[in-house]
Write a new protein. Structure first.
Lengths: 205, 205
DNA sequence: TAGATTGTTAATCGATTAACAATC
DNA sequence: TAGATTGTTAATCGATTAACAATC
């Protein structure tokens, strides 16, 4: 497959996709690398180069048909389908995520929530019930879930991640404020607001 | 100042800092670029190179004193002090962040929450009261706040950002699922879980 | 046709890594 | 001293950009 496309290019595709969706909502039908670039603060050449890794999506003299490019990017990113995810951790953050409509709107469905706190297990969250974390492995295996969102305390994160990987999870969106180690073939993306804040304070003052 | 240090180097410093804090909690006193690198999946040479932009923090033959390096990184990133922040948006996500102890633990204090929904204004959230968004500008100006967390719906984000910038905000942590434009001298960092998920699904299957 | 914009090549720029003298 | 690891230089690697033929 396209295993030779740099990670950094892949990381920009979702940004392009989001911007294209924005333009579409504004009623536009056609855009250009120039327009996309100026919205994103990226050079037009880079956008064309990035897209050229996957094919030819534009028309000389015209630009890109927004709907068509969206559909192609969705295919490339494998989001031309729905993905089921589980959420581990029924704290305040887990609660916010379970109720955030944005995941579902983008085809990412949280289909189960797990926690090990007896006072949380059994709680009903809109269309979900908080389940006992003991049932996690069986659920993942039975339903063939490959994506997990980790919203547990830092000290629990590695142990939970180990269990998830063993059960068959291949992608972890980690909200726990700690680094987790996973074997080859499993991807972790870390949501780290503190790191972003510290990056910004470097430039303040 | 160190305006010649690449952004990408600055972005790694918070990761180093987090890892060093982890090692310190484990009771370690000394580490090496080798050890840090293997934890983070980064080459030891890169870690030494990154640090060398700011000075000499290690000892040949020994490595780095963890406490000392932490204190130096905190100075470099300007987190050897506390920062007051405001939070805009009192929805589920805002609620979760206002109650997340991690910000305060790292010296980032949410000192006020704003919303424009009358049913939310006046709500008491632990030690905070949800305020009317109309008071936002005055609060920022009076208290000299420079950092804002944006947790409002996508359609409101740009307008709120414009108001924040006008009032004096210099750094925005944007949780709204949209791109916001700010003038030179203002920094935006975007928390974008959907982008992370789409990045990961590229590699799935 | 004239104007615009793509896709791509080659040049440039910048970041990462290898290697090693210095030295603890 | 012998072993280890830093800080730094130079080489390598890879990503970005400029430029332009192709063509809509």
């Amino acid at each position: 497959m396209n295993k030779d496309v740099p990670d950094i290019v892949i990381a920009r595709l979702p940004i392009y996709l989001r911007t294209l969706n924005l333009l579409l909502e504004d009623g536009k039908e056609i855009t250009s690398s120039q327009e996309l670039g100026s919205i994103l603060g990226i050079s037009p050449a880079q956008i064309r180069k990035d897209l050229s890794h996957f094919g030819e999506f534009g028309k000389q003299g015209t630009g890109y048909n927004i709907k068509y490019l969206i559909s192609q990017l969705r295919k490339i990113l494998h989001v031309d389908r729905e993905w089921d995810m589980i959420l581990i951790g029924a704290g305040a953050l887990g609660h916010a995520m379970a109720h955030y409509p944005g995941f579902r709107e983008q085809g990412f469905n949280i289909v189960a929530v797990f926690d090990n706190d007896p006072s949380k297990i059994g709680q009903e969250w809109s269309n979900l019930v908080v389940r006992d974390a003991k049932e996690m492995e069986q659920f993942v295996a039975e339903k063939g879930i490959r994506i997990a969102i980790l919203a547990v305390p830092a000290r629990a994160a590695q142990a939970v991640a180990d269990r998830l990987v063993k059960a068959g999870i291949k992608a972890i969106l980690n909200y726990a404020p700690t680094i987790i180690q996973v074997p080859e073939g499993v991807i972790v993306e870390h949501i780290d607001p503190i790191a972003h804040l510290q990056y910004m304070t470097y430039y303040l003052e």
